[in-house]
Design a protein around this ligand. Structure first.
Ligand code: SF4
Length: 77
């Protein structure tokens, strides 16, 4: 599966389902953004303040497989 990007107002999140270990760190860490009952299951639009964006960075940083990555806006230039 190719890496896919989900867009938010401050930061984006990319996900590669082929390497996800299904540990659930993301869902436990920020259930508003990572909700497997919804499609798409990753919705960075919930991280709409700088504080929530920081929380999302931390949760993505705990992803043990590297399936999740933060895409910072300034890195897209
Ligand atoms: S934290 Fe990473 S490895 Fe764990 S379920 Fe989420 S995406 Fe998959």
């Amino acid at each position: 599966m190719a890496r896919k990007t989900f867009y938010g107002p401050i930061i984006d999140v990319s996900f590669d389902g082929a390497i996800c270990q299904h540990s659930g760190e993301c869902v436990r860490g920020m259930g508003e953004v990572f909700d497997t009952a919804k499609r798409p299951w990753i919705n960075p639009s919930h991280a709409y303040t700088p504080e929530l964006a920081d929380q999302l960075r931390q949760v993505v940083g705990r992803c043990p497989s590297g399936a999740l990555e933060i895409v910072e806006r300034w890195s897209k230039a």
